[in-house]
Design a protein around this ligand. Structure first.
Ligand SMILES: O=C(O)CCC(=O)C(=O)O
Ligand SMILES: [Fe+2]
Length: 335
């Protein structure tokens, strides 16, 4: 797999780049064959527990370079905290259906793209979903929804602020996988990512110590509805302050005092200055390490004509036992 140095667009003044790896055509063909095997033996519905069993077994047969890449990323997500795997097959010989336009759209029936994104994520960890979010579906659609343009969720089309996915949740996903099945024809919609590892050197020691104190509150995102309450006060930087995890959503995290507000502003500025932005193309799988990186999306103009940008999103976490109390039936869906 050749390493591509990707020249990505950025919203800030800096010119960051993200590392990308493209599947060779042989690897792509092998992925397609793997998807065909899954589809031949999988249950009729993705949310049938047998689906994950089928895909988990199949995922061990991913092309070796892909397995190595995922394993390496799991070991250490690198300075950017994001993996971009290109040239993934998303359909076999049938055309892709029109892009959904309804709120809460999810994938119910197994298909090539849902099988492959799930297989890749199952090699990073355990695939999970949240009951209050998109009905707990394991493979969710990220599509613009008419009437939700202003929403700070993936249904919106205004700028989606940088965030840790489900930052408010005690068991947030460790990884967020986003597979592009239809690209934004205008190229305006860009996935933006920034990592704590790149941002940290830009912060003052005082700011780091303020961010490391429990002086912040995070609300659940709109996709969870009003069901969940606000988290207890928490720090934004967690763990070893030489290489901390980050816990922030710039649309949902509230500083509790003026100094905390200034520290959050400084952090956002550091993220903006070190941000990568990529207009995902068909077959691009971006995986974000949700512990050390934040992500967001630039604004764009949907047409709602069935040809809008369309991603499949799948979450994974590393330790299934850790969230056992949230998974009442022992399945993949957290309450
Ligand atoms: O649309 C994107 O590129 C990212 C959306 C997002 O943040 C998400 O689906 O979690
Ligand atoms: Fe997100």
């Amino acid at each position: 797999m050749p390493h591509i140095r990707e020249h990505t667009l950025t919203l800030g003044s800096a010119a960051p780049v993200a590392d990308a790896v493209a599947l060779t055509d042989t690897e792509r063909d092998a992925m397609l064959a793997l998807a065909a095997d899954v589809l031949a033996s999988s249950p009729a519905l993705i949310d049938d527990p047998a689906w994950l069993d089928t895909v988990r077994d199949a995922s061990a047969m991913l092309p070796r370079p892909v397995l190595a890449l995922l394993r390496r990323f799991r070991h250490d997500a690198g300075p950017d905290g994001v993996l971009l795997l290109r040239n993934m097959p998303v359909v076999a010989d049938t055309p892709l259906p029109v892009t959904p336009t309804v709120a809460g759209s999810v994938e119910r029936v197994p298909a090539v793209a849902s099988a492959l994104v799930t297989a890749a994520m199952l090699q990073l960890g355990e695939v999970i979903a949240y009951r209050s979010e998109k009905t707990g579906a394991l493979v969710q659609n990220v599509v613009p929804v008419p009437g939700s343009e202003q929403s700070q969720s993936n249904a919106g089309s205004v700028l989606l602020e940088l965030h840790v996915e489900n930052a408010f949740h005690e068991n947030k996903p460790d990884y967020v996988g986003l597979l592009c099945v239809r690209e934004d024809a205008t190229g305006d919609a860009k996935l933006c990512t920034s990592s704590m590892r790149r941002a940290l050197p830009l912060l003052s020691a005082r700011t780091v110590s303020v961010l490391a104190a429990p002086r912040f509150l995070t609300e659940p995102p709109p996709s969870f509805g009003a069901l969940n309450s606000v988290t207890p006060a928490h720090p934004v930087l967690v763990g070893d302050l030489a290489d901390p995890d980050v816990l922030v959503d710039f649309a949902a995290t509230h500083p509790l005092d003026d100094e905390a507000a200034a520290a959050m502003d400084e952090l956002r500025e550091a993220f903006m200055r070190t941000m990568s932005a990529v207009a995902l193309r068909v077959g691009d799988l971006a995986v974000v390490d949700n512990r050390i990186a934040v992500h967001g999306r630039t604004s764009f103009t949907p047409r709602y004509d069935g040809q809008d940008r369309w991603l499949h999103r799948v979450y994974a976490h590393l330790d299934h036992r850790r969230s056992r109390a949230d998974r009442k039936d022992g399945g993949a869906v957290l309450d």
